[in-house]
Design a protein around this ligand. Structure first.
Ligand code: ATP
Length: 199
């Protein structure tokens, strides 16, 4: 599993369609301050489902859309696609190449695609869960992240290890099942009350 390409259009400082292709080896991105290097890692975070505007270094989600410059008008939507080589099938999809796309309009509408099929954010999250990628993953180490890992509460640190060990998918499912169970139990109590009333 490796990142093959990143396609960006209308995202932060990239109004035009920009395609970056990567090999299996190390790639370094260099450029002067403010030239958009961090915007590229923001784009990767964003397409993998990041919902926190703070993590994306903005105030509101609209800030990810190219906002215009003196010379250029703003654009109406941002779109980022991530192309991953999946020949090892680390992502549980049959395809050897997986493209994940996120689009966001100024109106607030969001769209997600996996291999050009419309999906929900949840599907994107599930695709990346336990792969080490994804918004809870540890594949992107931002500035200050190491300090954070060293200083967070032990429960939070455990989450990082759970993701690395590939068991967070099960924890999420367990939590969901527990919530459903709780709701069902509440319903049962209500039904018993009704039966008592009727008897
Ligand atoms: P540094 O080395 O200082 O960290 P960098 O190369 O990582 O710089 P970025 O932080 O990625 O740079 O890019 C910042 C630039 O992106 C700024 O010039 C900012 O104006 C521009 N920018 C961010 N969001 C938008 C947006 N929504 N529309 C237009 N430009 C944007």
């Amino acid at each position: 599993l490796y990142l093959k390409a990143l396609e960006i259009q209308g995202f932060k400082s990239f109004p035009d369609k920009t395609v970056l292709t990567f090999g299996e080896d190390i790639t370094a991105i260099v450029g002067p301050n403010g030239s958009g290097k961090s915007n590229l890692s923001d784009a990767i975070r964003w397409v993998m489902g990041e919902q926190s505007t703070r993590a994306l270094r903005g105030g509101k989600m609209e800030d990810v859309i190219f906002g215009g410059t003196e010379k250029r008008r703003q654009v109406g939507f941002a779109e980022v696609s991530l192309v991953l080589d999946n020949q090892d099938h680390a992502l549980s999809l049959p395809e050897d190449e997986v493209m994940v796309t996120r689009r966001y309009y100024r109106s607030g509408e969001s769209e997600y695609y996996i291999n050009r099929r419309t999906v929900r954010l949840r599907d994107v999250n599930e695709l990346f869960m336990d792969t080490g990628l994804g918004r809870e993953g540890y594949s992107i180490i931002g500035q200050g992240k190491i300090d954070e890992i060293l200083s967070v509460k032990s429960a939070d640190r455990r989450e990082i290890f759970e993701e690395a060990a590939g068991i967070s998918r099960f924890r999420h499912r367990k939590e969901e099942a527990e919530r459903r169970l709780e709701r069902t139990e509440e319903n049962l109590v209500r039904i018993r009350d009704k039966i008592d009333e009727l008897e």
